[in-house]
Design a protein around this ligand. Structure first.
Ligand code: T5A
Length: 238
């Protein structure tokens, strides 16, 4: 497994809480499908049975106490499964994979937010991913305050990590800004404005990256694959 391995294309949406990743992902996937691409989606932590179990363990407010080091290792355990069960096989089939969070989340949240150090944990991330990196990471940039306000309006209560508070989330946001400066595959997307304005910016940022869609049938899954719909809920791609 190497950088962006396989003939497909690996896109990742990143950003602070409430930046709009989960809103933008299905719209992007539908747009790609309309253009004839086979699209596979997933979220992190999650996207596999193991990943979804890790997600509950880490994000439920009622879950067990988790120290920062355990949190990092559990995020990476989920990622190792996601790469091997979902992303790698999909890229090998020529699909466009769109993930809600990936490696930059770990660097921003555990590296900067928890203070474990991005340089220190980078080799661990590489071990978990087998060196697989997105072709493009789209970091939705929104002031922390605005993201929290959007979340508040959504009526969803904070998960365990979100509940860390404002100072933690500001460190995460600053981490993202620093990571975008260093990573040539990452681009910052202004996440202010309407949902469709942000979607337009995302589409513009992936121009020229996408492979030729397979045939002209549009979104069909290659023979031998029984996963059905090309934009299924996260865990059903496995
Ligand atoms: N994590 C994850 C780590 O610490 N390390 C890691 O390695 C990984 C992979 C995951 C948590 O785990 C942490 C990070 C997170 O704390 P999550 O639920 O997947 O949790 O991620 P969240 O960021 O918490 O998801 P959110 O749902 O809060 O944020 P989104 O997806 O960015 O925002 P979204 O799309 O749900 O939008 C939030 C609200 O805003 C509205 C939406 O309708 C929704 O109500 N909205 C807009 N309103 C106005 N204008 C727009 N343009 C809008 N776009 C969306």
């Amino acid at each position: 497994m190497g950088e962006g391995s396989g003939p497909g294309c690996f896109l990742v949406l990143e950003g602070v809480e409430g930046a709009g990743k989960s809103t933008q992902l299905p719209a992007l996937a539908a747009w790609l499908e309309e253009r004839g691409h086979v699209v596979v989606t997933g979220r992190e932590p999650g996207g596999t049975r193991l990943g979804e179990s890790v997600r509950s363990l880490l994000l439920d407010q009622e879950g067990p106490p988790v120290c920062d080091e355990s949190e990092l290792l559990l995020m990476l355990a989920a990622r190792a499964a996601f790469v091997r069960e979902v992303v790698g096989p999909a890229l090998a089939r020529g699909a466009v994979v769109v993930a809600d969070r990936f490696d930059l989340s770990t660097l921003a949240y555990q590296g900067f937010g928890r203070g474990l150090g991005a340089e220190r944990i980078s080799p661990m991330i590489e071990f978990a991913t087998g060196g697989l990196r997105p072709h493009r990471t789209l970091v939705l940039d929104l002031p922390v305050e605005e993201g929290l306000a959007r979340q508040g309006l959504s009526g969803r209560g904070p998960d365990r990590i979100e509940a860390e508070g404002r100072a933690f989330l500001e460190r995460v946001a600053e981490g993202y800004r620093s990571l975008v400066r260093q990573d040539p595959r990452a681009v910052s997307i202004d996440a202010r404005g309407t949902v469709s304005q942000v979607q337009e910016r995302i589409r513009a940022a992936i121009q020229g990256l996408l492979p030729e869609p397979p045939g002209s049938g549009g979104g069909s899954t290659p023979a031998g694959d029984s996963s059905g719909s090309t934009v299924p809920p996260p865990a059903s791609n496995v």
